[in-house]
Design a protein around this ligand. Structure first.
Ligand SMILES: NC(=O)C1=CN([C@@H]2O[C@H](COP(=O)(O)OP(=O)(O)OC[C@H]3O[C@@H](n4cnc5c(N)ncnc54)[C@H](O)[C@@H]3O)[C@@H](O)[C@H]2O)C=CC1
Ligand SMILES: O=C(CO)COP(=O)(O)O
Length: 385
C-alpha cells in the first residue's frame, strides 16, 4: 500500500488563537463552489483551527437573474448560492464572494486553487506581489503545464510563479455529487519534507467531511497526474459511448488508459506507481469520470453529432470548461517533442480524433495487442499431419 501520511483520524492540535488560518478559494466554478462549501463548513466546524470567514474569488460576470442583469458576486452574497455554476445547492453563509483576486490573496494563509487550468497563468499574474509570506497553496486543478522545456504539475507552476509551497487535492469527485453530499473519497498529495508552514494533518482537517473522506499521501505528482490524465481517457470512453460500444470494450479502454497514466507519471516524474491503483485520485477518478463526467459527455456528443468540441462545450456545459481536449493537446506536444508518441497510443489516438479528424472507430487498433505479443507458439503454422 502506498504510504498514507494523514487521515481524519490524525486531527491536528489547534494553533494559538491569533494563528488561526484564513482560507481563500481561488475560483468559483462548478468544483470551485463545491470546494468552497466544504471549506466553509470546516471553517465553522473547526473554529480553533480556521477563521470563520472563507473568501472566494469570483471571476465577475453579469448574468440574467429573476428578469434583471445582476453581478454573480452580489447574487451569491445575497442568496448563498452560485446560481450559474452550482445551482440548487445552498452554501454556508460564512463564504464571501469577492471579485478582486488580490484582496482574497492578501487576506489568506491557505490559497485553494480551483480554476480551469486554462486560466492559471493569468490568475497567478494578478496575484503576484500580494501573497502573504507564510502562505501555502493547494491545487485542485486537473491539468498539466507544458512548454518547450518540458512538463510541470500545476502545483509546481504555482510554487514557481508565487514562491509558496503548493500541494494537490484530487479524487473521484464529480462536483454536483459532492455538493449533494453523496459519500466519496479524495486524495491530498502533500510533501511536508519540502518545507511548508501548514501540516498535512491541517490540510486534511480543512477538507475532510463525513461525506468527503480525505487521505493524504506524499506522492504529489501521482495525485496531480491521476486527475489530469484521466480526462484524456474519459474522452476515449466518451468516443466509445458515441459509437455505442459495450461495457467490455470500454473497460479495455480504461485498463489501457490507466497503464498509460501510470507510465506517464513514472516516466516524467518521480511518482509511486501504486498511487494510481490504490488511491481515489487514480483508478477511482478514472472510473467516475468515464461513467459520465463532462469530458465523457462532450466526447460522446462529438461522435454522435459531428459538432466541434468547442461548440459542444458551449451547448452542453453552461459556461463550465472542458479540460480533456486541451490536456490531450498538451500531452501530445510533450510526447512529440520527446519522440514518445508510440509509447502512449491511447493518449495519441484521443488527440488525433479530437484535432486531426481521425475516425473514432480507429481506436480499436490501439486495443489490439502489439504484434510481438501475439506471435506465440499457438499461432505458429505446423505441418504435423
Ligand atoms: N467540475 C467537477 O466536477 C470537477 C472539476 N475539477 C477540476 O477543478 C478545476 C476547476 O473546475 P470547475 O470549478 O469545475 O470550473 P468550471 O468548469 O465550472 O469553469 C468555470 C469557471 O471558470 C471561470 N472563468 C471563466 N473565464 C475565466 C477567465 N477568463 N479567467 C478566470 N476564470 C474564468 C468562471 O468564472 C468559473 O468560475 C478544473 O481543473 C477541473 O478539472 C476537479 C474535480 C471535479
Ligand atoms: O474530475 C472530475 C471528477 O472527479 C470531473 O470530470 P469532468 O471534468 O470530466 O466532469
Amino acid at each position: 500500500m502506498s504510504t498514507t501520511i494523514a487521515t481524519s483520524h490524525n486531527f491536528p492540535p489547534a494553533p494559538p488563537r491569533n494563528k488561526r488560518l484564513s482560507i481563500g478559494i481561488i475560483g468559483s466554478g462548478n468544483w470551485g463552489t463545491a470546494i468552497a462549501k466544504i471549506c466553509g463548513e470546516n471553517a465553522r466546524a473547526h473554529g480553533n483551527h480556521f477563521r470563520s470567514k472563507v473568501r472566494m474569488w469570483v471571476f465577475e460576470e453579469e448574468i440574467e437573474y429573476k428578469g434583471e442583469k445582476r453581478k454573480l458576486t452580489e447574487i451569491f452574497n445575497e442568496t448563498h448560492e452560485n446560481v450559474k455554476y452550482l445551482p440548487g445547492i445552498p452554501c454556508p453563509s460564512n463564504i464571501l464572494a469577492i471579485p478582486d483576486v488580490r484582496e482574497v490573496t492578501r487576506k489568506s494563509d491557505v490559497l485553494v486553487f480551483v480554476v480551469p487550468h486554462q486560466f492559471v497563468d493569468r490568475v497567478c499574474e494578478q496575484m503576484k506581489g500580494f501573497v502573504r509570506p507564510n502562505a501555502v497553496a493547494i491545487s485542485c486543478i486537473k491539468g498539466v503545464a507544458v512548454n518547450k522545456q518540458g512538463v510541470k504539475l500545476y502545483s509546481e507552476y504555482i510554487t514557481e510563479r508565487l514562491g509558496i509551497y503548493c500541494g494537490v487535492l484530487s479524487g473521484a469527485n464529480v462536483a454536483n455529487e459532492v455538493a449533494r453530499e453523496d459519500f466519496c473519497e479524495t486524495t491530498i498529495g502533500y510533501n511536508p519534507d519540502l518545507g511548508t508552514s501548514v501540516s498535512a494533518e491541517m490540510m486534511v482537517a480543512l477538507f475532510d467531511r463525513p461525506y468527503f473522506s480525505v487521505a493524504a499521501v506524499k506522492d504529489v505528482a501521482g495525485v496531480a497526474l491521476g486527475g489530469a490524465l484521466k480526462n484524456i481517457v474519459s474522452m476515449a470512453v466518451g468516443f466509445a459511448d458515441g459509437l455505442e460500444w459495450g461495457g467490455n470494450t470500454k473497460s479495455a479502454i480504461m485498463r489501457r488508459g490507466l497503464l498509460e497514466m501510470q507510465k506517464f507519471a513514472t516516466m516524467f516524474f518521480d511518482s509511486d506507481p501504486r498511487t494510481m491503483v490504490e488511491q481515489s485520485c487514480g483508478i477511482a477518478d478514472l472510473v467516475t469520470s468515464c461513467l459520465g463526467g463532462r469530458n465523457n459527455r462532450c466526447a460522446e456528443a462529438f461522435v454522435k453529432t459531428g459538432k466541434s468540441l468547442q461548440q459542444l462545450e458551449k451547448e452542453l456545459l453552461g459556461g463550465q470548461v472542458l479540460q480533456g481536449a486541451a490536456t490531450a493537446a498538451d500531452v501530445h506536444e510533450l510526447l512529440t517533442s520527446r519522440d514518445l508518441v508510440k509509447e502512449f497510443p491511447l493518449f495519441t489516438t484521443v488527440y488525433r480524433i479530437a484535432y486531426e479528424g481521425m475516425k473514432p472507430e480507429g481506436m480499436i487498433q490501439v486495443l489490439q495487442p502489439p504484434v510481438e505479443e501475439s506471435e506465440n507458439e499457438f499461432t505458429t503454422e505446423t505441418n504435423d499431419d
